[in-house]
Design a protein around this ligand. Structure first.
Ligand code: VTB
Length: 340
């Protein structure tokens, strides 16, 4: 077999969790500081340093932005040790920078990987409408139908009443109508200012207290969520939902069909895919980073793999004063990680 045809055969999610842990630990120092750029930067630096220890030949497909505006983890950047499988990499070092800066629940460090060429490129699309459910309801959702019709179908699949469903949605003015419809249908709503990757995760896993994710959020976050949902065996559909004037204009100029349904297989066109997330601030699903000078620094993560459907919850206890051996020495010094 030529080197070029190596596909990911190991469970890369097991290595990715060290990357999201490092990002979460670094970012967590900025909780409540009000400084979202600094928190994000710390996470990017840590993520980038640890990512290079992972044996992959990775290309960042979903990253921090275009090369001229993001010095690290920019779209198109090559990451990893340069050995091993060729993969697409999607990162969100801090998903919910506002949540972190304000010390609100549910900010997480996340990343996804899959075979090279398999992740959908959002292009000029910044916003998409999303619908996510767990495995029991994955075959009954249809984003072209009304939210009410979907809630009724989901309730039937879960053997519940619509009144017993909880919908996670972002608290945004653009959701006024959607919120009114969900209320009229009778479902319960949990509103979050930011962070719909967490919403997708909770909706895809039975028993989290969230049954459905609905509404418009970021398109890149949608692709990361899709890898997670696929690995967790849930169901997801999306549709481009442009919000910004230049976004609307660009998509129109390029004759992009806004009625196209972005299926899970379109968003992530591979049988295998790897996902890891680590809590930064406290959350009901993933606990945040806890600093304790005698016990160590504790992290809580979830990792999942699509091919096998394995899901692991990993509690990490990182020892104080010992260098984080997974980062290279320069980075450890620069980030002051040895004193966490
Ligand atoms: C979306 C959502 C993210 O930011 O990208 C959102 O997917 C964008 O904010 O989870 P606006 O709707 O205010 O433009 C997050 O909530 C956080 O990155």
């Amino acid at each position: 077999m030529s080197n070029n045809s190596i596909k990911p055969d190991r469970n890369l999610a097991m290595e990715m969790v060290r990357v999201t842990e490092a990002a979460a630990i670094s970012a967590a120092r900025y909780m409540g500081t009000g400084d979202k750029e600094a928190g994000d930067q710390a996470a990017v630096d840590a993520m980038r340093a640890v990512l290079d220890t992972v044996d992959i030949r990775g290309t960042v497909v979903i990253g921090e932005g275009e090369k001229d505006e993001a010095p690290m983890l920019y779209n198109g950047e090559q990451v990893g040790s340069g050995q091993g499988a060729e993969v697409d990499v999607a990162v969100d070092p801090v998903e919910g920078t506002n949540l972190l800066a304000l010390g609100r629940p549910n900010s997480i460090a996340v990343m996804a990987m899959a075979e090279k060429g398999s992740m959908w490129n959002p292009g000029d699309s910044f916003y998409m409408n999303k619908l996510v459910v767990d495995r029991r309801a994955k075959d009954v959702i249809d984003i072209t139908q009304s939210p009410t019709a979907n809630l009724q179908a989901i309730a039937r699949a879960l053997e519940r009443k619509v009144q017993d469903l909880t919908v996670f949605m972002l608290d945004k003015p653009r959701h006024r109508e959607l919120m009114a419809e969900i209320r009229a249908a009778g479902a319960r709503i949990t509103l979050h200012t930011d962070g719909d990757v967490m919403g997708a995760l909770m909706a895809a896993i039975p028993g989290t207290g969230v049954d459905v994710l609905m509404g418009i959020g970021g398109t890149p976050e949608g692709v990361i969520s899709a890898v997670a949902v696929k690995a967790l065996g849930g169901g997801m559909q999306g549709m481009r939902a442009p919000q910004l004037p230049e976004e609307i204009a660009r998509l129109k100029e390029n004759n992009v069909d806004l009625s196209e349904v972005l299926t899970l297989d379109k968003l992530i066109n591979a049988e295998d895919g790897f996902f890891a997330a680590t809590g930064i601030t406290e959350g009901s699903f993933l606990e945040g980073v806890h600093f304790d000078r005698t016990q160590g620094v504790t992290t809580h993560s979830i990792v999942a793999r699509a091919l096998t459907g394995s899901v692991r919850y990993i509690k990490g206890i990182h020892q104080l004063k010992r260098p984080m051996d997974f980062a290279n020495r320069d980075q450890v010094d620069k980030l002051g990680l040895e004193n966490i």
